[in-house]
Design a protein around this ligand. Structure first.
Ligand code: CO
Length: 491
């Protein structure tokens, strides 16, 4: 583990890299432009709304600032919070048609509406835009209604979170009712509608097993059931099946989800549905369930936000797609332990940012490195003190001869340069013989390296070397360590 630094320990002190520019610099966003966007969004400007949603969808770094502004100041009474109604059910249940009817109803009642149509199965957002246009045309000229489609996001995304964020932006722009519509009833959809205050689960007659065809979990999240296309044969049977399942599943608290029949294409039954929605909203508010439900949704989002924050930090640490692929390959080929990897990367990400936090490294002093002109001469004194040389060897990479003398749990390392123009040779020329470095032993050199690097500690070389005996080591520059060249060594 003994090996010399290549650079001069007496280099002019260089202050460790400090925190760089401010928030605007970090986000790369034009702060005045963002402020103006937020202002226009609050004023209900449709273009600003579209632009803000795109920022959120693309996971732009400015999105966090934008969303934070949308949330508003803590402690401030929230502006009237929009009611979020989620619609899910098997494909072909007529969700878009019913959502359009509900939007019409809300508009007629004087409420502004935002619609988020989510398709987790589609890899493209582009494809959905045509659908938006067709739907928007039906409401042409109505500034009080905004429709937006969303599809699968990249690996940093998380569709449920993005959906919730888009809802928050719509709310900030003054939309009073937000309708969330999913394409099918997969696990993603369940996660998405969980974010709504009210969940409407739609079924249609004549879809085979009907109720049984719905995935487990979807029945539990229903606050209101809709049997759509109820003019078809079999509507009675679907309703009976829902009732039967409800009695089997037992406790629902004070609210028993009602079953509403609709024919979305004609608007039949929409009044009844809206009546049930109003009744359920009143129940939510009176029972305190609304706050509990929203807290539960926030818990899911907070976990997602923390995950995102962690991934962003890791990305800032150079963990891009290529690095991730390399790690995955190393794990598959058993060159790397995935559990240790994850822990190490997480630790390095956490060590970043304000207030460097370095996880305790379980250190002890491994050895003191002393630069000497001649090991043969110097060792005589230490041997006279009663120490004995464990090993004497050449570390070719550092062009140095090394003698290790055991001293309790530590050691003294005598360093004799092989050439004048070697790290220790240059040290001797400038400073003469003397203490050259202090070496600390750690359990996990790689983890120590990652953490110190993440904490922007100046290292002599941005790599871990392999010294004598196959031990790993690296050097912390004296400018980061109070003027002492610090070797970190260990397994
Ligand atoms: Co050493």
């Amino acid at each position: 583990m003994q090996a010399m630094n290549r650079s001069h320990p007496h280099n002019p002190m260089v202050a460790p890299a400090g925190a760089g520019g401010g928030l605007a610099a970090a986000t790369g966003a034009d702060a005045p432009a963002l402020a103006s966007l937020i202002e226009r969004l609050w004023a209900g400007d449709v273009r600003a709304l579209a632009r803000a949603i795109s920022l959120v969808e693309n996971g732009a770094e400015a999105a966090t600032e934008l969303l934070s502004a949308c949330y508003g100041a803590v402690g401030e009474a929230a502006a009237e919070t929009a009611l979020r109604i989620g619609f899910t059910g098997s494909p072909g249940a007529g969700k878009s048609t019913l959502v359009d009817q509900v939007a019409r109803f809300e508009r007629a009642a004087g409420r502004t509406v935002g619609v988020v149509a989510v398709d987790p199965t589609s890899p493209y957002t582009g494809g959905a835009i045509l659908g938006d246009r067709i739907r928007m045309n039906a409401h042409f000229g109505d500034a009080g209604l905004y429709i937006r489609s969303m599809a699968t996001r990249g690996f940093l995304g998380g569709l449920a979170r993005t959906t919730a964020d888009v809802c928050a932006v719509m709310e900030a722009s003054g939309k009073q009712s937000i309708l969330i519509e999913t394409v099918g009833v997969g696990q993603d959809e369940v996660e998405i509608v969980r974010l709504a205050d009210i969940t409407v689960v739609m079924l249609v007659p004549g879809m085979g097993d009907d109720v049984q065809s719905l995935k487990a979990g979807i029945m539990e999240i229903a606050d209101i059931f809709v049997v759509n296309k109820s003019d078809r044969e079999g509507a009675d049977r679907v309703e009976r099946e829902i009732r039967a399942m409800q009695s089997l599943s037992g406790a629902h608290g004070a609210w028993v989800p009602p079953v509403v029949r609709t024919v979305a294409s004609t608007g039949e039954g929409v009044d009844s549905l809206m009546g049930e929605i109003a009744r359920y909203r009143a129940y939510l508010e009176e029972s305190g369930e609304l706050v509990r439900k929203r807290a539960a949704a926030w818990k899911v989002r907070l976990v997602e936000m923390l995950r995102q924050e962690m991934l962003q930090r890791l990305k800032a640490h150079g963990l891009g797609e290529a690095e991730l692929n390399a790690h995955a390959e190393a794990v598959a080929e058993r060159r790397e332990n995935p559990y240790e990897l994850a822990r190490r990367l997480a630790a390095s990400a956490l060590a970043d940012g304000q207030g460097t936090r370095i996880v305790p490294l379980e250190m002890r002093i491994d050895h003191l490195g002393i630069a000497v002109k001649s090991i043969a001469q110097a060792r005589a004194f230490y041997e006279a003190l009663g120490l004995s040389v464990d090993a004497e060897e050449v570390v070719a990479q550092e062009r140095v001869r090394v003698a290790m003398l055991a001293l309790g749990e530590s050691r003294i390392e005598l360093l004799e340069p092989l050439e004048e123009d070697s790290p220790v040779g240059r040290f001797l020329a400038k400073r003469g013989e003397g203490l050259h470095h202090v070496a600390l032993h750690v359990k996990d050199v790689r983890s120590a390296f990652e953490q110190l690097r993440a904490a922007k500690v100046r290292l002599v070389r941005e790599e871990i070397g392999v010294g004598a005996g196959g031990h790993a080591y690296f050097f912390v520059h004296p400018s980061s360590a109070g003027g002492v060249l610090l070797e970190i060594c260990g397994e």
